[in-house]
Design a binder for this molecule. Sequence first.
Ligand code: IPE
Ligand code: IPE
Ligand code: MG
Length: 250
Amino acid sequence: MHLRDASSVTPDPVVPRHVAIVMDGNGRWAKRRFLPRVFGHKAGVDTLVKTVLACADRGIEHLTVFAFSSENWKRPTEEVSFLMGLVLVAVEKYLAKLASNGVRIRMIGDRGQLTDRLRQACDRAESATRDNTRITLWVAFAYGGRWDVVQACQQAMRDGIDPAQLDEATLGRYMAFGDAPDPDLLIRTGGELRISNFLLWQLAYSELVFTDCLWPDFGETDLDAAISAFAARDRRFGLVKTAPVQATGT
Ligand code: IPE
Ligand code: IPE
Ligand code: MG
């Protein structure tokens, strides 16, 4: 894999700076193979690592993945325990590879809900990759969009921000990504057409791409198809697009 610093990537206007993915469909992927659901989660981690490297190769600066939602705590205890353990396994298996490929890892979500061991693994992944600049991988774990809004408001209040001074930019800096740009493109695998409490604030103007592909099957072709769909979109941000001014002939 060719190492490349993000600062040396020539920005391509058709490549999104920030891609967010709802990695859905692991359970169904396993079920189709007559395997327990957790096999799908395990396969999903391998797909995630490949996808991070593929995004980095394409000059994408930020990749955010939804790995475990606030609502996923309500799943059967065995599945929740497996997913918690899978984080430890994934850090053990892939941290060195991601670190040596220039990936900076940031965990977003409610760390207060995690065990000490899990928190330590998250801290280790973040500190080992802190100085990397090729791509930032934001892992949304124990994350919910509504939780993010509430925690941002709480922090702003703790900091004594005057309500009269609280504007969108200020609150935005307290949200999960801080100063990082909002996602340009959201991809959801697994065929469902919903947000499921992912980045409610930050997806305000993201382009949405839904695919029936189940997450463990997601590959470079699917990524490129989503990027092509993004490139063909007309992002207006509420404005009226005016036709280019034509020179009037005489
Ligand atoms: C997404 O796959 C991964 C997590 C929510 C942790 P699912 O487990 O939701 O898979 P399906 O949607 O049941 O197939
Ligand atoms: C969204 O998938 C959460 C993650 C992918 C981590 P879910 O499978 O939990 O979403 P719903 O329940 O179908 O809305
Ligand atoms: Mg699902």
